[in-house]
Design a protein around this ligand. Sequence first.
Ligand code: FEO
Length: 411
Amino acid sequence: MKPGFKMAKDIYWVGKIDKREVPFHRLLLTKGTTYNAYLLKTGKPTIIDTVDMEFGREFVEHLAELIDPLDIQYIVINHTEPDHSGGLAALASKATNATIACTEIAVPEIQQMYKLQHRNFLVVKDGDQLDIGGKTLLFKETPYLHTEETMITYCIEDKILFPCDIFSTHVAVDKLFEDESELDIMDDFTGYYQAIIHPHRRYVRTLIEAVKDLEIDMIAPSHGYILRNDISKYITLYDTLSSKTTEGKKVAIVYTTIKNNTKKMAHILQDSFLENNIEVELWDADKSAEDDILNSIEAADAVFIGSSTKYADMIGNLENILRKLQTLNLEGKIAVAFGSYGWSGEAIEVVQDYLNGTNMVVQSTSHVIKTTGMTHVEFPIRIRFSPKEKEKIIKIQNAAEFVSDLLLSSI
Ligand code: FEO
């Protein structure tokens, strides 16, 4: 496919096929990839997404063969990661009359990444529509698919969905319509889902809701194949793979507490798991038999251990239990440290050290960021004083939801 290929009335593919082995999210894309961008040559000409920054100048040169950049009225940025927004610096310098349409969270990112502080932005919200002169774009926010600022764009008249990374494949093929490909795309399509989208499967549920009432004749993503045959097959696959199909999971929550703040955290965790139909056993380590607690931990799929901090250390009977955990085979279980504190919260870090001495999979903020790119989920869970304010409760719930998703994942 060459830039300028016509996909539908007044809609052109203007992307780049990159046949190199591309390093990406700690993967090596051995089949290369494409950066699909689109020109909607309407009464108010609009670009949807751009290409990797390495190909920005080439992108604009090809585009200029189809349209005078000064005529471009809108540049829609569905996602700010540089493989899609990277051509924006080159494009914006030529398309000086264009307004950049994106979510509110994307504005400062684009401004700072590409020094575009003085450009016109159109902040779009979930459900907003934009008349681009002969066609209408509908925007749906899809946060965390796979970064916080993401949205998808739907052209109402042509029934084409432009979902950027979502429904993509990493392949550098010349025939981008999947129904024209000689290859079976399902392995590549599913592999992409597993690597890029599945860590955010909770948010795929939002996507499924967002697209369920749309009539879609074509999905034009920003990597790989453009889908126009049996569209529902691809949406159903995302629906199925992101659904919670695993049953019978169990969590043990063990805590010691001084003024009930760590106990309150334990109860917020418990409520979150119960909402996800995950069984919880809750133990005050100073009021329960040690053997019962250890048996509960051995039977659990995830273990949360919390302590308040007093004189820079844990309190109560927790240390005995943590010592015994070092001698048990707890392989494969998820482990999380938590606690309330007033000054520095040393006890939480001591619990974390003990957990790291077991063969459980101990959750850490660093691991979450490296595996999912999420920055709103923090481990260990540290709460200063009482967990009564809304943001503290949300912080605890985010951690519980993250672990719930790990436990309930169908793949
Ligand atoms: Fe294809 Fe999230 O970048």
